[in-house]
Write a protein that binds this ligand. Structure first.
Ligand SMILES: [Zn+2]
Length: 281
């Protein structure tokens, strides 16, 4: 089973978002007050060539996000906290075509969560089954959705994802899971959002964890540093602890969405903690 990294532009965020500080909900205020942006970080999505059909994990950002008025002006996070240059040919659809596939061939799209830089490319997948964790879908469609950084009014009109309950048996250190396809398992990784999930893919070589925003880099996962937008740093750290336990139990390639070193680790199938591991930022 081959996995491709698809980069849909870049995002710069506050340095305090990458490595948060402060208790509970106050972390968001600390993040926004930070004057320092990160360097442009990749916005990655992942295409899995599964024998039963293509599976896409996340859809990246849309070039529409560059248009004035795309983000709600009253939302301070979008006004102060994020810069996202994305061109139309960097969207996930053209990226899939560049690999010789068509977006309409994607059988299933799994969303790690529904923030804009993961859900921006949904409009390319009208023919696919789209899966979102039940908890995530509830928050992203609830009354506080836009305050929480979701843009439900930007989703395609046809968007009606399958709400997945992760109520299957344990997967390694994760108490619950959902078997999606042979060798592909969804695991709950709450923290960045309460309904965040990750996708474990057992390739011929290694276990690969397509990890969304569980952390911004592998080093931050290893150090157990919660991000600066979570409302529950303790939940975030518990998820990172489980990922470390998984990586100790068997060689695991850890691939978060915004880690500049993730495509290289995928190419090399480099597991967490492997002796030749290149330090990531
Ligand atoms: Zn996010």
């Amino acid at each position: 089973m081959r996995i491709h990294a698809l980069q849909t532009g870049t995002v710069a965020i506050k340095q305090r978002q990458r490595a948060g500080r402060g208790p509970g909900a106050a972390r968001v205020a600390v993040t926004l007050a930070d004057r320092r942006f990160t360097e442009p970080l990749p916005i990655l999505a992942w295409l899995v060539e599964h024998p039963d059909g293509l599976i896409l994990v996340d859809t990246g950002e849309t070039a529409q996000a560059m248009q004035p008025g795309y983000f709600p002006a009253w939302n301070l996070y979008f006004r102060l906290g994020v810069r996202e240059p994305v061109t139309p040919d960097e969207e996930v659809g053209p990226r899939i075509e560049a690999l010789g596939f068509s977006p309409s061939e994607v059988r299933q799209v799994v969303m790690t969560h529904l923030h804009t830089d993961h859900a921006g490319g949904l409009h390319h997948f009208a023919d696919s089954e789209i899966l979102v964790a039940h908890t995530e879908l509830g928050l992203a469609t609830g009354r506080l959705a836009k305050v929480l950084g979701y843009l439900p009014h930007r989703w395609p009109a046809w968007f009606a994802p399958r709400a997945v309950e992760l109520d299957g048996g344990p997967f390694g250190p994760f108490e619950r899971s959902h078997a999606l396809a042979d060798g592909v398992t969804l695991v709950p990784t709450p923290g960045h959002t309460p309904g965040h999930l990750s996708v474990a893919v057992r390739t011929d070589e290694r276990l690969v964890l397509l990890a969304g925003n569980t952390s911004y880099t592998q080093d931050l996962m290893l150090a157990g540093v919660a991000d600066g937008v979570t409302t529950s740093p303790a939940t975030d750290r518990e998820t990172l602890r489980r990922i470390r336990a998984l990586a100790r139990s068997e060689p695991t390639v850890y691939l978060p969405t915004h880690d500049p070193d993730a495509p290289r680790r995928l190419e090399a199938m480099e597991a967490v903690g492997s002796p030749g591991a290149h330090p990531s930022r």
